[in-house]
Design a binder for this molecule. Sequence first.
Ligand SMILES: Nc1ncnc2c1ncn2[C@@H]1O[C@H](COP(=O)(O)OP(=O)(O)OP(=O)(O)O)[C@@H](O)[C@H]1O
Ligand SMILES: [Mg+2]
Length: 344
Amino acid sequence: MLTQADIQNALKAVKYPGFSRDIVSFGLVKEIFAANGAVSVSLQLTSANPAAAQQIKEESERVLKALPGVKRVRVEVQQPAAGQAAPTNPFANQNRVPGVKRVIAIASGKGGVGKSTVAANLACALKHLGASVGLLDCDIYGPSIPLMMGVHERPTISPREQLVPPLGHGVKVMSIGLLLTDEQPVIWRGPMITKTIQQFLMAVEWGELDFLLVDLPPGTGDAQLSLCQTVPLDGGVIVTTPQEASLGVARKGIAMFNKVNVPILGIENMSYFTAPNGERVEIFGHGGGKTEAKRQNVPFLGEVPIFTEIREGGDRGMPVVVSAPDSPAAQAFIEIATSLHRQL
Ligand SMILES: Nc1ncnc2c1ncn2[C@@H]1O[C@H](COP(=O)(O)OP(=O)(O)OP(=O)(O)O)[C@@H](O)[C@H]1O
Ligand SMILES: [Mg+2]
């Protein structure tokens, strides 16, 4: 028996003509129906281009017919009439970053839950596992990646007039903090943020990367929107602490990624603290992240306890995954990196 999920999975093989992204992730699949070997799918396009519609219809029919047990296939493609103003798709201008296999955003609803800490350690953990990794800081008002990765060099300009990202612990790093030298705060409006983030993605020589991790500011503002509009994201990691005050806003982050069809993964940070006498203290409660992930059907990557070494590593630019890879703190991140690798 084929399920709707099987059919949806099969349709992921159908790319939107001219894009590297598939019709499912673009949210074009409206209805799926399957019974007794017959499959019926309804697609809604936002463009009036008849050639694109035809190509998508043929491709979809082909992949569906190839499914085991399928005898009849009906693919209905709806699109706005030619001449009628098609609804503008804000994601139509997305492009992949050349050479980068996966772009993964690290987000949260609330501030200070440890996004940047997770991003820095996860980048180093993926590197530790043998991947080539970049780390892009999209927190324009409060960049913390240069400090946490111990990178203070200014990026150079390549002969192709691209910014060359400096290396921190073998990870390619880019941040507004590397470009602005003085202690002046950045006071920019939305369009400047958008422009900067576009350049950070497209005008930086990232080279061949297995993972580009993107550290976001808290919430669902200009940076998040710009990122989602500029590149198709392969994953959105939501970091939360266990207490309701953080989980409540984490739901907004989940809703944001859901809207743009980005696969979501969850991490609980500051899960608990082990006192010097060995007693386990659940400062913010425990398990809220896992429970919420389950409730929302989001894969849970793991939890990171509170360790003094994690905070110290952040402050001295040497993530604990690099300084003490065998410590329990580092192992928590390495386990998360391993399950991230497995999930994507
Ligand atoms: N598991 C942990 N154990 C100990 N300290 C931690 C842990 N996670 C984060 N911290 C510390 O908490 C502080 C806040 O973390 P961080 O800056 O990573 O949060 P953030 O979510 O990126 O914040 P913002 O929303 O401002 O970007 C930092 O000093 C960091 O070292
Ligand atoms: Mg941060």
